[in-house]
Design a protein around this ligand. Structure first.
Ligand code: NAP
Length: 256
């Protein structure tokens, strides 16, 4: 029997087959989970639908995470389609391209708020919508973060500030939802070449640097994040909540 047999999960943040969310979705489906997906905009619907179908999912729902009405509608559909919900994967982030180079100092109020809204607040909004569907089940909420939350890395800028807020949200949500049996965790992934990552100038250098300096002397793949996610989504981690698990070939432990 698979680790997630009989479990139902919502995956937010598949843009294409290179997305980290897709690595997690494939791992979860292989362990027996039934999945629902979201997409933002018609162009992505065309890309997400065949991926969803390939893991037996027919639930592909529109959701811009900055729109409360989209979140409400998606969870209404989930409530009508499934008896309950066991896990949510949140793999969404956005910052304006102009803020992903040069000094962080220059970020405007509007761009700061947008980055924090899409990349951090959305996890709390999803958690609030998901919790009622998880009553009586061992729910698990999972988000994706990066080392730039705790260290000042070149060009990551406002995204690092957003990830710091996201990581703090993981701890506060874990404290709020723990009494209801719902666990909340994050994976801090090493650099992986995806659509979003390509927007960060010098990303190829980050990949090279990680390969040279990480203890494992290589970069990680989305499939490895997927396998670590299986731990956090399943009963294997029943005693773990509020945790940030690094899946980065050990890069974060290195000093000089
Ligand atoms: P990705 O494939 O480009 O996925 C990012 C997803 O966020 C896309 O599906 C994107 O949709 C979605 N998104 C952005 N704004 C949205 C909104 N308002 N509403 C709904 N969805 C929205 O990139 P990824 O690298 O897999 O990123 C997934 C997560 O992993 C992010 O949180 C990222 O910060 C994190 N992460 C990535 C790395 C890395 O090196 N790749 C490392 C550590 C952590 P659109 O394409 O429509 O905008």
């Amino acid at each position: 029997m698979g680790l997630l047999e009989g479990r139902k999960g919502l995956v937010v943040g598949v843009a294409n087959d290179r997305s980290i969310a897709w690595g997690i979705a494939q791992a979860a489906a292989a362990e027996g989970a039934a999945l629902a997906f979201t997409y933002q905009g018609e162009a992505l619907l065309k890309r997400v639908t065949p991926l969803a179908e390939s893991v037996g999912s027919r639930l592909v729902l529109p959701m811009d995470v900055t729109r409360d009405e989209d979140i409400e509608a998606a969870f209404r559909t989930l409530r009508e389609s499934w008896e309950g919900l066991d896990f949510v994967v949140h793999a969404v982030a956005f910052a304006n391209r102009e803020d992903l180079s040069g000094p962080y100092l220059n970020v405007s109020r509007a761009n700061f708020l947008q980055a924090l809204d899409v990349s951090a607040y959305s996890f709390t909004a999803l958690a609030r919508a998901a919790a009622p569907l998880m009553e009586g089940r061992a729910g698990s909420l999972l988000t994706l973060t990066y080392l730039g939350a705790e260290r000042a890395l070149p060009n990551y800028n406002v995204m690092g500030v957003a990830k710091a807020a996201l990581e703090s949200s993981v701890r506060y949500l874990a404290a709020d939802l723990g009494p209801r049996g719902i666990r909340v965790n994050a994976i801090s992934a090493g650099p992986i070449k995806t659509l979003s990552a390509a927007a960060i100038p010098g990303f190829t250098l980050m990949l090279k640097n990680a390969e040279e300096k990480a203890p494992l002397k290589r970069n990680v793949e989305a499939a490895e994040v997927g396998r670590a996610a299986l731990f956090l989504l399943s009963d294997l981690s029943s005693g773990v909540t509020g945790e940030i698990l690094f899946v980065d070939s050990g890069y974060h432990i290195q000093g000089v």
